[in-house]
Write a protein that binds this ligand. Structure first.
Ligand SMILES: *Cc1c(COP(=O)(O)O)cnc(C)c1O
Length: 411
């Protein structure tokens, strides 16, 4: 069978790397479109986890024995892999976390503890709860204020409003690179430049970006950048915080415990050098080592190729979806990522999701951890189809056909 995909991207071949994609749901071949929540994991990443458990497992850093040194080397190789992947200048700037959420909490707790009452933090209306609630907790502790950049009707940021919110009181600007609901790709390089001009630091939530578009710290000039392994074909439970060294050096530790110290006595404890100062306790060294394999997988295919393929899937699906009566798509900004949030008429997102599941289509429904955005849109939730490198035009057509079939039942 020839691949009907207009690009020469061999998605059908890559599908074979993901055993789960061969599953059936309610007796139908599964179409997995919940990639903005978690991407699936290729066999080689799972194999690397098995290999570590079977052949290399030992606690990292503290051991003189061979196994511990192997485990340490594997985990530290990931740090170097991530550094190169995002174009950071030093592995000292790559902090291992449990995910994007913990990375943002780290910055809010640690960098945030240096803020003064009256300092301001700028967020946007499209943020994930992970990039809202940590700052609210900080607001309650530190007496700071939160300002919010509005979005325009197509789901792009109102950059004029952003410029007018920036003042000498702005301490931090924290913005999603790509919206997990609207698909909007924010002009983060510009956002960061304007933040710096105002004397603020900029944190970027890259959870929805790194698996879909090339990201480079030197080009962006971000102060902090966070992402999660499970959204880039890697294992669950691990993530990355990139931080600019001058800032990380000045910041107090986030959590205390083993690994993050240099010397401990009851009167006084000194802390480890970067990046270990921010890594208390035994990390998920198995997951971190396997993240290396996931990044290799993505790099072998190439983010430019992935981006072009997903753009084709987005274009194909959006056009046909809009032909179905009653469809409303939320987020139509130019250059958006391959995420389609929609509603059918006045149908409840949950009912739509349930019926799609019966037809083998796995989509997410609800507020997508972005309740303030739902409030702005005047809705309670959406149905969200989010595409990944292994989705095919056939997946898109199955999805469109399913929506076409259920729409009359719901409206
Ligand atoms: C998924 C997501 C998060 C949270 O990631 P976790 O892996 O749950 O920590 C934050 N921001 C955005 C934009 C996301 O899509």
């Amino acid at each position: 069978m020839s691949d009907p995909d207009k690009t020469t991207f061999p998605a059908e071949t890559y599908r074979k790397d993901f055993p789960i994609l061969g599953r059936e749901i309610h007796g139908k071949p599964m179409v997995y479109l919940d990639n903005a929540a978690s991407t699936q994991t290729p066999r080689e990443v799972v194999d690397s986890i098995t290999d570590i458990y079977f052949s290399h497992k030992a606690n990292v850093h503290r051991g003189v024995h061979t196994l511990s040194q192997e485990a340490t080397a594997m985990m530290e190789a990931t740090r170097e892999k991530v550094r190169r992947f995002i174009g950071a200048s030093s592995t000292d700037e790559i902090i291992f976390t449990r995910g994007t959420t913990e990375a943002i909490n780290l910055v809010a707790s640690s960098y945030g503890s240096m803020l003064k009452p009256g300092d301001e933090i700028i967020l946007t209306e499209m943020e994930h709860h992970a990039n809202i609630v940590p700052w609210q907790l900080l607001r309650d502790r530190q007496g700071i204020e939160i300002k919010v950049v509005p979005i325009r009707s197509d789901g792009s940021l109102d950059m004029d409003a952003y410029r007018s919110l920036l003042t000498e009181r702005t301490a931090i600007v924290s913005v999603a690179h790509v919206s997990n609901v609207l698909g909007t790709v924010n002009p983060v390089a510009e956002i960061i430049r304007l933040a710096h001009d105002a004397g603020a630091v900029a944190m970027i939530d890259g959870a929805q970006a790194v698996a879909h578009i090339p990201v480079d710290m030197k080009q962006l000039n971000a102060d902090f950048y966070a992402f999660s392994s499970h959204k880039i074909y890697g294992p669950t439970g691990v993530g990355i915080l990139y931080g600019r060294r001058e800032l990380l050096d000045r910041m107090p530790p986030y959590q205390g415990g083993g690994e993050m110290i240099s010397h401990v006595s009851f009167p006084h404890t000194t802390f480890a050098e970067l990046p270990f100062k921010f890594e208390a306790g035994t990390p998920d060294y198995v997951g971190l080592a396997a993240l290396h394999t996931a990044i290799d997988y993505v790099c072998r295919i190439g983010l430019d190729n992935i981006a072009a393929h997903e753009e084709e899937l987005l274009r194909h699906t959006t056009g046909r979806l809009l032909e179905i009566p009653g469809i409303r798509i939320f987020g139509t900004a130019p250059g958006k990522s391959a995420i389609i949030s929609f509603l059918i008429g006045s149908a409840h997102h949950y009912d739509t999701g349930l019926l799609l599941d019966k037809l083998g289509i796995e989509v997410r429904t609800g507020h997508h951890c972005a309740q303030p955005l739902m409030h702005v849109l005047g809705i309670e939730g959406t149905v969200r189809a989010a595409f990944a490198l292994y989705n095919t035009i056939n997946d898109c057509d199955r999805f469109i056909e399913a929506v076409r079939r259920i729409a009359p039942m719901l409206t």
